[in-house]
Design a protein around this ligand. Structure first.
Ligand code: ATP
Ligand code: MG
Length: 423
């Protein structure tokens, strides 16, 4: 019996992988423009990092983590998200002492969650995310939001909706928390078990419940915006003003809360409006987390970030019918006929490849016609034909596949000529 791929995972094959590379390259290019630097952290971490950093009342920690014990008896987890790892590294490497502040980082890599697989929801998926640590300037919030939008726009997505909210500072949150408890408590037995647990631990997350979202108390729940103190309101207004200055369109949704604990002030999501995108419309989520660095054992440090999965981004591109400018063709295909010519082609291919020219030859001892077919399939810009006779005369035939023009080139000038034509 053949072995199946694990549920909720996928192979990304040549032909598709180019899209992934293009998307990742574009995101990295924009991170460079915004001066975020790449950080790479391990794929597994102490389980405790996530129970503390993500929060032990979250679905991620309670239901979705891939946890295991290693041979030394340590409890480890495959990372379900990137922020906790980045913050762990920030603390462990004492980046709060770096001269360059804020510390602006991005990451890209696989994340793991034990979820019910469906379109746009996998058990292994690739998240691209950024974190800016060490500044509580509303301009950084606006920058992070605008970077996320820039990545989507640069890739050609148009049907996007940026939704923002403020969760306020600790004071505002506590006042809102009390109001939420008072609001839900009298009828909490009508809610799911998760919500009943959330009531005292983290009532804000009741608003994020997928099971009870249609309960009438949801619509009438007290809005955080009414509980923002002056400082928090001022902060939120500045973020909005900067976004307007940057021509980043957004909507304010006071019911938007993020699934993770430790969020405060700015919270946001980017959704796709594209028709036929399916039930899952959230492409990207993020927000400010001013308590997280301390929770992981560092000094009090503000932070803000976002994460999106490449899987949902590609699904949005498909739903909008956006094609990516991916060129799969190669520069040169060398067709060789005759024993000597074939041997020579091995050498010649090596020489042109050293010059950075993407090139290919036949390895299946194909006849002339089949070699030309292979050249066609490779979408080569140029096809070089070399036979034993040409070799004797030190010549090679070069065909420009766009114009159909052919010319004879002296062997010793071949590499320079091809390089010149390609540049
Ligand atoms: P959802 O409500 O869809 O479960 P989430 O709140 O769990 O999302 P976050 O933890 O905020 O998502 O992760 C940020 C982004 O990562 C999401 O907006 C989405 O693009 C992506 N993402 C999360 N879980 C998955 C998954 N299982 N498969 C693919 N992408 C995912
Ligand atoms: Mg989720």
């Amino acid at each position: 019996m053949s072995i199946q791929i694990p549920r909720g995972t996928q192979d990304i094959l040549p032909g598709d992988v180019e899209k992934w590379q293009y998307v990742e390259e574009t995101a990295k290019k924009l991170c460079h423009a915004y001066q975020y630097k790449e950080i790479r952290t391990p794929i597994f971490e102490s389980s405790e990092l996530f129970t503390r950093g993500v929060g032990d009342t979250t679905d991620i920690v309670q239901k979705e983590m891939y946890m295991f014990e290693d041979r030394g008896g340590r409890s480890l987890a495959l990372r379900p998200e990137g922020t906790a790892s980045v913050v762990r590294s920030f603390v462990g490497n004492k980046m709060y002492g770096n001269p360059g502040q804020p510390v602006k980082l991005y990451y890209s890599g696989p994340m793991f969650r034990y979820e019910r697989p469906q379109a746009g929801r996998y058990r292994q998926f690739v998240q691209f995310g950024v974190e800016a640590l060490g500044s509580e300037d509303p301009a950084i919030d606006a920058e992070v939001l605008s970077l996320a939008m820039s990545i989507y726009k640069e890739l050609g997505l148009k049907q996007l909706k940026l939704v923002i909210n403020s969760l306020g500072d600790a004071g505002s949150r506590n006042a809102h928390r009390e109001a939420l408890i008072n609001h839900f408590k009298p009828r909490i037995d009508e809610f799911c078990g998760d919500c009943q647990n959330r009531l005292e631990k983290n009532p804000l997350r009741i608003l994020d419940c997928k099971k009870d979202r249609d309960h009438e108390l949801m619509a009438t729940a007290p809005s955080i915006l009414e509980y923002l103190n002056d400082e928090s309101r001022d902060y939120f207004e500045k973020v909005q003003r900067y976004l307007k200055d940057m021509d980043v369109e957004f909507e304010v949704d006071p019911t938007l809360v993020r699934g993770l604990d430790y969020y405060n002030h700015t919270a946001f999501e980017i959704m796709s409006n594209a028709e036929g995108f399916g039930a899952i419309t959230t492409l990207c989520g993020g927000g400010r987390y001013n308590g997280l660095v301390e929770e992981i054992g560092g000094p009090e440090t503000p932070g803000i970030g976002f994460a999106f999965s490449i899987e949902r981004l590609l699904a949005a591109l498909e739903a909008e019918g956006v094609g990516l400018p991916i060129n799969e063709g190669i520069d040169l295909f060398i067709v060789a006929l005759g024993e000597e010519a074939k041997d020579y082609a091995v050498k010649l291919l090596h020489t042109v490849r050293k010059e950075g020219i993407s090139s290919e030859k036949d390895y299946l001892d194909r006849k002339l016609k089949a070699q030309f077919k292979a050249a066609d399939r490779s979408q080569a810009k140029y096809v070089a034909v070399i036979g034993d006779d040409e070799l004797k005369e030190n010549k090679i035939n070069l065909k420009d596949m766009t114009t159909g023009e052919q010319e004879e080139i002296a062997l010793e000038q071949f590499v320079e000529t091809v390089k010149g034509k390609l540049s």
